[in-house]
Design a protein around this ligand. Sequence first.
Ligand code: COA
Length: 120
Amino acid sequence: MIGRNPNYGDDPGRCIKRAHGTLEYRFSPGKLMEIVNIEVAGGHRNKGIGSSMVMEAFEIARKEGCVGVYGFCRPENTAARRFYVRLGFSFSPALLDFYGSREDAVVFHKLIARQQSPNS
Ligand SMILES: CC(C)(COP(=O)(O)OP(=O)(O)OC[C@H]1O[C@@H](n2cnc3c(N)ncnc32)[C@H](O)[C@@H]1OP(=O)(O)O)[C@@H](O)C(=O)NCCC(=O)NCCS
């Protein structure tokens, strides 16, 4: 849980809540928001709840002046990966043994800051 993990530093984390879903996030140095966890209760998935929480997280991150949003995900979590791709995230290559016990992770990341067009 957020706030009990020393890796999360000083930010104890906050939650976006829905009736059947929760998204936990925190702010990291470098004007970044980390999505620490997102979960929609079984039986209530595929109804747009997860997407609406991530969209709300983007709004909060922009208001706080963040340049990007990121998080960690198990490479084999194909449903979550599809979900993040639909929301415009890109993925890093696998980070080997990230979770320990030979469990790898991938980083999902998306820039949200206004960007200069490459042609201007
Ligand atoms: C990943 C997770 C949070 C997504 O939440 P969700 O509420 O099901 O997400 P959404 O409904 O917004 O989108 C999921 C799918 O539903 C579809 N969808 C979105 N709104 C919809 C609607 N109104 N009606 C029907 N389908 C809809 C999306 O197109 C998407 O389809 P896809 O399978 O092609 O990706 C959820 O599956 C979950 O809790 N998984 C277990 C925990 C987990 O793995 N967390 C991520 C850890 S990194």
